[in-house]
Design a protein around this ligand. Structure first.
Ligand SMILES: Cc1cc2nc3c(=O)[nH]c(=O)nc-3n(C[C@H](O)[C@H](O)[C@H](O)COP(=O)(O)O)c2cc1C
Length: 401
């Protein structure tokens, strides 16, 4: 959390400026106060009004505005903050900082400040690779400036390469880490996470599947590992990359997933995010089914084991905390509340996976956390953010047990 922290957010002139608005919101949700400075370049992409509205604070743009400067506003701004964050930091702004140039409000504040500064660069890949940018970054690093490295991928200019503004959750994490150090409350704990769909073979070439992408489960595994947990991620067939520090076990069917989960025990927490198929084909699936004139293929379904309920009812090695995910398309809270009691788990994270929500396979999620104390509704967040919050909640609960 960032309770009481004062962050001065300088927003430079890049296409990624809009992400600074999201960053401001996330920081405020964590208890920080955010004030914005928008460079003249930044104002080409977003407006001072949107920064002011989102931060509930004035947005500063002008070095020579009489109102601010009568009281030396640039000095005051530079001293009032606990941390100055520049996101996106343009090549231009970093060059000015490295050269000690102070010819607008942002660069003057940055030269006048005695406070720590964190820079999140964003630019075209050629600009990022340019020797001048590299030199400036080296200079800034040796001046003690903190960096949140940009990512690689498709850039706003249409080119592919390095220079993409770090994702908002990564910037938030870097800022929290700056204030609190790398706190790892789950060090020494073992977490088992299931993710993705299962594939249930019908014959050697066909299978029953579902639309789960594994994104949410992989994010949960990554967030738990980031808090220091040893994580075993039992993953169905998905294309997600394994998060750093996570031990991944790939499976295909529900039976394999159950066996892998059982093998991974004992664990302090189990988070069952996977969309496990309820049924599998009972028939011998050894040979490819043939189309015949005699009608449809004859295969029987049988019920798969309930991995979540099985974990909850274990008499040996029941994880201290068992958390299930409930994907519903109607009466979300009501159904999830019943599911929590029926399965005997400690928490249910319920979400609405109706096609209109775009949650299944999408980047965001809007969840309800159902516990014995009732329903806690979280706002719509990225799946990474849901995972980070859930990991912190898990750490809190385990600490109180
Ligand atoms: C459409 C457009 C997108 C731009 N995107 C970036 C960018 O992502 N990173 C960057 O360093 N400069 C970018 N620039 C150039 C900067 O806007 C320019 O260097 C400006 O002077 C930066 O001002 P500031 O650093 O004071 O915000 C872009 C320019 C345009 C017209």
């Amino acid at each position: 959390m960032l309770n009481g922290k004062r962050i001065l957010l300088i927003i430079g002139g890049g296409v990624a400026a809009y992400k600074a608005l999201e960053l401001a919101r996330r920081l405020m949700e964590r208890g920080a106060t955010v004030k914005g400075i928008l460079t003249s370049g930044g104002q080409e992409f977003i407006t001072p009004l949107s920064v002011a509205s989102l931060t509930n604070n004035e947005c500063y743009t002008d070095l020579f505005s009489l109102k601010d400067e009568a009281e030396m506003g640039h000095i005051r701004l530079s001293r009032e903050a606990d941390l100055i964050v520049i996101a996106p930091a343009t090549a231009d702004l970093m060059a000015k900082m490295a050269g000690g140039i102070a010819n607008d409000l942002a660069s003057t504040v940055l030269l006048a400040t005695d406070k720590p500064v964190m820079v999140a660069p964003a630019m075209n890949a050629q600009m990022w690779d340019h020797p001048a940018t590299k030199r400036n970054i080296e200079t800034l690093k040796s001046d003690g400036i903190h960096f949140v490295a940009p990512g690689s991928g498709m850039l706003a200019c249409g080119e592919i390469g390095a220079g993409r503004l770090a994702e908002v959750p990564d910037m938030v994490e870097a800022i929290e880490e700056f204030f609190h150090g790398n706190i790892q409350p789950l060090t020494g704990k073992h977490a088992v996470v299931t993710a993705g769909p299962t594939h249930e073979p019908i014959d050697p070439v066909r299978y029953i599947a579902n639309r789960s992408s594994g994104k949410q489960g992989f994010a949960v595994a990554g967030a738990l590992a980031a808090l220091g947990a040893k994580v075993t991620l039992v993953a169905g067939p998905v294309t997600e990359e394994t998060p750093p520090g996570v031990n991944r076990v790939d499976v295909e069917t529900a039976l394999q997933m159950k066996a892998a989960v059982d093998d991974a025990l004992p664990a302090d927490v189990a988070v069952c995010v996977a969309a496990v198929a309820d049924w599998r084909v009972e028939n011998d699936v050894g040979q490819k089914l043939k189309k015949t004139k005699d009608g449809l293929p004859d295969f029987q379904l049988t019920e798969n084991p309930d991995i979540l309920a099985g974990l909850c009812s274990r008499t040996d090695n029941r994880p201290t905390l068992v958390i299930g995910f409930a994907a519903e398309t109607e009466n979300i809270v009501e159904y999830a509340t019943v599911k929590r009691t029926r399965k005997g788990c400690d928490l249910i994270v319920a979400n609405d996976v109706s096609a209109t929500t775009g949650i299944m396979g999408g980047a965001d999620n809007e969840v309800h956390i159902i516990s014995e104390f009732g329903d806690e509704a979280w706002p719509k967040l990225s799946k990474t953010e849901v995972a980070s919050r859930l990991a912190l909640k898990i750490a809190d609960i385990l600490e109180s047990k």
